[in-house]
Design a protein around this ligand. Structure first.
Ligand code: ADP
Length: 500
């Protein structure tokens, strides 16, 4: 019992799933779009038939009644309604159209009713009055299925006295009576029902054809998408190649291209992540290995003089310092690489910020007799994260000192326009080789590993700098010539722009 309920639920779920599919939507759209015109066509045909049939019937009755009206006048029926022939003709007319004919004289007396109900009675209806005034009417009552009309019985004036009478027409004829005819339209309605039945069968035949076609069309349209999905699942499950290729319409080709691009980017990211992890482990291992070697050599020796202990301990402390710096740099990088890094934006005097950096760096520069020059073209206050920007600019100035030669110079220039401020850090140091320029912002990249390590570099400084500048929506560019010197150009917006 339970399993039955479960299978029913499963079926309902799969139907619901189908109702959400593109295929279902295509089918529904095609069916609806086809149903509406066939429906309109069906009603259009019926409407048209009805209008034509009623108008034909009306003019037919009008013609026959007008002929009969002339007979009435010719036989003086309005004065003497006993004419057998006319009565028979009237009866024939009413029978022919399954209706009723009333002949009314000028005094609104019914002189003949084919139903023999109203004969001798007075009939003052709006239609009759209007007909006496020369306005014949013809009404179709769809609900009760009959046509009602009035036909004037006219005589030429010459045959009458010259005294103008009410209802006398201008063109020398006079209305002496009215024929009120009502004719059943039952057979028109019956024909319409028959026609509607056939139209409905035709409509449903068309709809069945449309439904079958819509299933085929939906299948054809959705097929390329299903192929894309299958190809993606293959990759997801580890089958198939790394790139998918599906021959379909332009849209699916666009999806395939976009997917391949994303997959390619993911692979690059994956490789760079692997590289990063292996670089991190390597970099973190190096100081530990050195410490281990130092410690082991102390342990291995007996009666080690205290001086040697002290010397080795200084080296171990240096290695710890190095390890510490790598960890701190990595943490700074991780913080800035986050999708939305925590920024503490406030208005900061860039002049003061640079002066502080230079104050801290000058003693180190003096050791190599490097001249540190600061030129501020204007005072700049900008909306920045002080800590992160200090880190970014410090790295650049430190590098300019680190990769400089004895008696060299480092020149820091601050300028601004109405939108950005620029900091230029120029040195006349060792410079960067042409082929290395594009890599210097990569993590752990060092032009000369041994030299850089010797002077305390781990290859993370410039990538931290670049990330910190990018979080301020700024830009960094380098110009350098080997052996002559390097200049870094930094440009940052004066007002912090939040990403829209
Ligand atoms: P490091 O910690 O090794 O200095 P960085 O990321 O700061 O790492 O710099 C990457 C590399 O770029 C350095 O190893 C160095 O070779 C080169 N470099 C950076 N700044 C300068 C400069 N001002 N002059 C010459 N080379 C530089």
């Amino acid at each position: 019992m339970k399993s039955e309920i479960r299978s029913i639920l499963k079926k309902i779920l799969s139907y619901l799933q189908f109702a959400k599919s593109l295929r279902f939507r295509i089918i529904v759209i095609i069916v609806l779009v086809s149903y509406i015109p066939t429906m309109l066509m069906r009603y259009g045909i019926l409407q048209n038939y009805e209008e034509r049939a009623v108008s034909l019937r009306t003019s037919e009755i009008q013609n026959q009644s007008t002929i009969l009206a002339n007979h009435l006048v010719a036989n003086n029926y309005m004065q003497d309604a006993s004419s057998e022939t006319i009565n028979a003709e009237l009866l024939q007319l009413s029978n022919l159209y399954d209706g009723r004919v009333l002949v009314i004289d000028q005094n609104f007396n019914v002189i003949r009713d084919t139903y023999s109900i109203s004969s001798g009675k007075t009939m003052i209806s709006e239609e009759v009055i209007r007909c006496f005034k020369g306005e014949s009417i013809s009404n179709y009552d769809r609900t009760n299925r009959f046509i009602e009309m009035t036909i004037p019985i006219t005589t030429s004036v010459e045959e009458e006295t010259n005294v103008p009478q009410p209802g006398q027409l201008q063109n020398s004829t006079r209305i002496i009576g009215v024929m009120l005819i009502s004719a059943s339209t039952d057979n028109i309605a019956a024909n319409m029902e028959l026609l509607d039945g056939r139209a409905m069968i035709l409509q449903w035949l068309i709809m069945v054809l449309v439904i079958v076609l819509s299933f085929i069309i939906a299948r054809l349209l959705v097929k390329p998408l299903e192929q894309v999905t299958a190809a993606i699942s293959d990759i997801k499950e580890g089958f198939g190649t790394e790139e998918i290729s599906v021959q379909g319409c332009l849209e699916t080709e666009q999806i395939v291209t976009a997917f391949n691009e994303v997959a390619g980017r993911m692979r690059v990211l994956d490789t760079s992540r692997e590289e990063f992890v292996s670089n991190v482990s390597h970099e973190l291992k190096t100081p530990i290995t050195s410490m281990k070697v130092l410690a082991d050599s102390l342990i291995a020796q007996k009666d080690v003089p205290i001086e040697l202990y002290q010397e080795f301990m200084v080296d171990i402390a240096d290695e710890i310092e190095r390890e510490n710096k790598i960890i701190n740099d990595l943490l700074s990088l991780v913080k800035m690489d986050k999708k939305s890094p925590d920024l503490n934006i406030e208005a900061v005097s860039i002049n003061q910020l640079l002066e502080l950096i230079l104050k801290r760096i000058r003693p180190i520069a003096e050791q190599k007799d490097i001249d540190v020059i600061y030129e501020s073209i204007r005072d700049v206050t900008a909306e920045v994260d002080e800590v992160k920007l200090t880190l970014a600019l410090s790295n650049l100035v430190e590098n300019a000192v680190k990769y400089n030669s004895e008696h060299g110079y480092v020149k820091v220039t601050l300028d601004a326009d109405h939108q950005f401020f620029t900091v230029t850090i120029e040195d006349n140091g060792i410079g960067i080789p042409e082929d290395a320029k594009e890599h210097i912002f990569e993590r752990f990249y060092r032009v000369d590993k041994s030299h850089s390590q010797q002077i305390g570099g781990n290859g993370l400084g410039l990538s931290i700098t670049r990330s910190a500048i990018l979080v301020h929506r700024g830009a960094i560019r380098v110009e350098s010539e080997e052996g002559k010197g390097t200049t870094f150009f930094v440009r940052i917006p004066l007002t912090y722009v939040t990403k829209s």
